[in-house]
Design a protein around this ligand. Structure first.
Ligand code: NAD
Length: 489
């Protein structure tokens, strides 16, 4: 067992107080060793109800929603507290998430912490009230003002794969917009959220009840956020199947729903691209964080005329990537989060074989992985886009390579998916690239390795990849209501 503890402890944050869970504690596991990591506060429905009550009272009875300058100051305090504890947070993130140390300097930790500043700045700079032109509806001269106001109490439900990024991409804009928040993280990664709660309680002026954190071993504790009439908006990131359950539960009270869900994104290599370089990049990126990223491209679309060359180049890169110790600064592919997740990935790999596919490289557990939840980076060839492994999200370092006939066929295959979250297009002819970019129904696309992630860039999905956008001004406005006020002019 590790000596690590979440920054400041393992408490819930409810109504400004750091509390034990009324369900006691639950154990967490280090995915790199398979051993017990420690414990986290086990919040129950009683704790969740208290957290929702605290958030409701703070929204209804404090001036939080009317004071953007104060909110900006509090959010910067939270960012600075995280920066001051960044090394402790880094160790927790590696231990609890199995996040490769190399990635913590970017999207796992430092990146999202810095991004809090964007939302603090936005709270100050945003046009909360704008005048529309004088109008004469029904013959009455009228002055109209458009006001943007906080939605109210936000329930934020997050997954385990990028906990800081996803927690902060909800908490940052929701608080900046003037809402109060109850955060419910995944049972696999309670420490990252508990640290956020503790730092908020101990190092910021955020008023009691404005920000609450309820860790729990019980998924149904999260479901309460979707059901409870005191919650005005539920912001969920996770699997599409859970997203459907959240949306259904939220419908009983017609609360706003914001969903960031799964993906099965296409990496399209046009026939005028450097095929070997492009396939190498596709292989590398699907291995990052053991493929546990919703926006990673997991279908590699290559011209049929160069299929064999593409398979060979992809296999060469994938075969050279070792799934290993996330603490090793050279590791990009760490463990999967749990034994359950590894078994799920292995089931898909076996299914590929049953559906006539070929495991070109990988497919097994590395021999030196000990009891950690490692899986080798894997390439599946010889299947069509209608196969299960090309249609369903696997959430592991598994790439499916598919041939296409021409550019239109590549677009058709890319779109033949229930998802539409991300994608990548590689080529040299700008007109052909632009046609493919326009044709693919997806929320984000990188061209020739262009990186779309940043605080000001809206991220989200078409189709069953979600509803709404996270990050950017669009992500901030998800947490706002619109009020139109008319005056005689
Ligand atoms: P999950 O759907 O199992 O769980 C996500 C969260 O929902 C957890 O906090 C869980 O406790 C909670 N939950 C489970 N059942 C619930 C219910 N009935 N009501 C309310 N909350 C419930 O997802 P996961 O396995 O933690 O994460 C992996 C999934 O997340 C993948 O499908 C991945 O694509 C997706 N994901 C999407 C994005 C995105 O931005 N689109 C980002 C990261 C992960």
């Amino acid at each position: 067992m590790s000596d690590l503890r979440p920054v400041g402890g393992t408490k819930l944050l409810i109504g400004g107080k750091l509390l034990d869970g009324s369900g006691g504690v639950f154990e967490t596991v280090d995915p790199a060793s398979g051993e017990r990591l420690g414990t986290a506060a086990d919040g129950t429905s009683v704790d969740m109800s208290a957290a929702i009550a605290a958030a409701r009272t703070a929204f209804d009875e404090t001036d939080w929603s009317n004071d953007p300058a104060f909110r900006a100051r509090c959010i910067r305090q939270l960012r600075d507290a995280m920066r001051d504890h960044i090394e402790e947070l880094r160790e927790i993130t590696i231990a609890e998430v199995g996040a490769p140390r190399m990635l913590t300097a970017g999207p796992h930790l430092e990146g999202p912490v810095d991004d809090l500043g964007f939302f603090a700045d936005l709270a100050e700079a945003y046009s909360w009230r704008t005048d529309l032109p004088i109008a004469e509806p029904l013959g009455m001269r009228t002055r109209r003002q458009l006001r943007r106001e906080a939605v109210g109490v936000v329930g934020a439900i997050t997954p385990w794969n990028f906990p800081h990024q996803i927690n902060l991409a909800k908490v940052g804009p929701a608080l900046a917009a003037g809402n109060t928040v109850v955060l419910k993280p995944a049972p696999e990664t309670p420490w990252c959220a508990a640290a956020l709660g503790t730092l908020a309680a101990e190092h910021t002026d955020i008023p009691a009840g404005v920000f609450n954190v309820v860790t729990s071993s019980d998924h149904q504790v999260g479901a309460l956020l979707a059901e409870d009439p005191r919650v005005d908006l539920v912001s969920f990131t996770g699997s599409t199947s859970t997203g459907k359950a959240v949306m259904a539960a939220a419908s009983t009270t017609i609360k706003k729903v914001f969903l960031e869900l799964g993906g099965k994104s296409a990496f399209v290599v046009l026939d005028d691209a450097d095929i070997r370089a492009a396939c190498g990049m596709a292989a590398f990126s699907v291995s990052v964080h053991a493929g546990q990223g919703c926006a990673l491209c997991t279908r590699l679309l290559v011209p049929r005329s160069r299929y064999d060359e593409a398979v060979e180049a992809t296999a060469k890169t994938l075969g050279g990537i070792r799934a290993g110790d996330p603490n090793d600064p050279r590791t990009v592919c760490g463990p999967l989060i749990s034994e359950r997740q590894r078994e799920r990935v292995e089931r898909y790999i076996a299914l590929a074989g049953e559906e006539g596919g070929e495991i070109v490289v990988g497919g097994g557990r590395p021999t030196d992985g000990g009891a950690g939840f490692f899986i080798e980076p894997t390439l599946i060839a010889g299947v069509t886009n209608s196969s299960t492994v090309a249609q369903e999200e696997i959430f592991g370092p598994v790439l499916v390579i598919l041939p296409y006939e021409d550019d239109d066929d590549a677009i058709r295959i890319a779109n033949d998916s229930p998802y539409g979250l991300s994608g990548s297009v590689w080529g040299t002819d700008p007109d052909r690239i632009d046609k493919v970019v326009s044709g693919i129904r997806t929320g984000t696309l990188g061209v020739n390795g262009g990186t779309w992630y940043s605080a000001d860039a809206p991220f989200g999905g078409y189709k069953q990849s979600g509803i709404g956008r996270e990050m950017g001004v669009a992500g901030f406005e998800e947490y706002l209501e619109t009020k139109l006020v008319a005056y005689p002019a």
